[in-house]
Design a protein around this ligand. Sequence first.
Ligand code: GTP
Ligand code: SPV
Ligand code: MN
Length: 596
Amino acid sequence: MAALTTNKSILDWIDEKAALVKPDQIVWIDGSQEQLEALRAEAVATGEMIKLNQEKLPGCYLHRTNPNDVARVEDRTFICSKTKENAGPTNNWCDPEEMYAKLYDIARDSYKGRTMYVIPFSMGPIGSPLAKVGVEITDSIYVVLNMDIMTRVGKEVMDVLGDSNDWVRCFHAKCDIDPEKRYICQFPEDNAIISVNSGYGGNVLLGKKCFALRIASYQGWKEGWMAEHMLILGLENPQGEVKYIAAAFPSACGKTNLAMLIPPAYLKEKGYKVWTIGDDIAWMRIGKDGRLYAINPENGFFGVAPGTNAKSNFNALESTKKNTIFTNVLHNLEDNTVWWEGLNKDLPTNANDWIGRPWDPSKFDKADKSTYGANPNSRFTAPAVNCPCISPEFDKGEGVPISAIVFGGRRAKCAPLVYQSKSWENGVFIGSAMASETTAAAAGAVGVVRRDPMAMLPFCGYHMADYFQHWLDMGEKLGDKAPKIFNVNWFRTDDEGNFIWPGFGDNMRVLNWIIDRCEGKADATETAIGYVPKPEDIDLTDLDMDIETLKDILTVDKETWEKEAAEIEEHYKKFGDKLPEELRTQLANLKANLAK
Ligand code: GTP
Ligand code: SPV
Ligand code: MN
């Protein structure tokens, strides 16, 4: 099949990689429905995917990954910059030459008997001044079909690129899915990514975390823009004005849910609406008017399945009703559909679990993950166009102006429901000190509190202290046009470990306060950590919550925060002299405020 470009840098790269991995054939993905349909049929024939009930779930498929390969692997993820210093203290580093040699040894001849698929893709609307181009080569049909949902694929991308060399080289090889030889490597100075021995989501859909965050964060630093692990939503008020919010929460901490939230009935009736721009990644640049503009570089949602239901996230569930690929969920054999914990209370009685073994619902025990039907990190890959509340601005290349930036994480104690930073610099401090309990989105222990600055710990492609400085520099450029910075915590628990705040759609009550603060319409109480709402300014209409409980989750406990300040100091030590002086000052201010 003819190449879709005459770009020499691309053709040479493909020749070079083909000589290494020796595919039987090379197939360019042009994004046409005929080609994709043929690939789906092939994947079904080989057992790589299961075609689901086409009446109930048209265009939907189920895929199971190797049970050893169900999440990102942070300990096997490397930033291979020329010097260790450039990768910084929070990334695994390896010398690029050494790593290339090792990865080429692993990948050598691994496409024998297989096809090399070449996927030209755009992160962001094709041709948008905020978009970037990548080419992924892979031996996995699952990757091709997921990339087709998650990015914009096809010849048009190559036409826009022309003979430019500004494209990201994304090389994936399944090899033997050997966890001992699994590597997810970024080479920021070479615009290159290599992923071997995995077939799972974030490890292999190289446009997503590898490119749109690890490589793009480095590009943003060099080129003066930002690539962030953030959802983007538009909040429309009854007057029809839409204000945009970008929010960074660590993996599996509620971005998809917040991005698609449905306001409580009393607000809906008044005319409030939420529009989704993105649920995971934001690329942001300063626009001609000096404000910060954001696009979602993705074209679909790779969302967490468990817990998604008609009540918690109706819009996400709707998005999965057609043309969706499910990964590692339960297969309901009764009607050839899918199920996961938290979808509904009807535990399927004739089903295979996510590994494909017969599932016994009578053994299901909430406390024992090994009895679950779906993997805790099972996911859906759904096209953005399926989302009932997708924003009319979604496909527009110029992006949307951001009024507020929100940080957040899972903190059982400590962080109040919401507070506002005292300045951009103070907001950067809050982001740099973020902490959250770990989740199933990455391999390893779950529920352990760790510092995850700006939710970027696993995704920053360069020295984290330079990244903090870049945030401070952006604030300086934005001046008084900078978005206001906030922090939220939906996850405070009571003594029995139950979440106190209802969360989900009710988070809209907090978003309204945030927007009111941006517009100078709401009051606040100044505390040692920032501005906290007056309890009466968070609307509790129709909620089964009294003002005392609300006051409780708005408190800033002196002792807890003194401990927090000491932990932040410890966290900062990692960065040594490179830590921006401004952040040291911010920490000192926090301590002084607490001592008052
Ligand atoms: P990634 O795709 O991994 O980046 O995750 P995400 O940040 O998009 O998280 P997502 O919205 O998928 O939510 C992950 C989990 O958090 C799900 O089990 C949700 O049910 C739960 N969750 C989301 N929002 C809330 C909330 O407001 N309150 C509570 N208690 N749980 C929530
Ligand atoms: C995350 O872990 O933050 C995800 C899923 O969004 S993955 O694409 O696997 O990174
Ligand atoms: Mn994510």
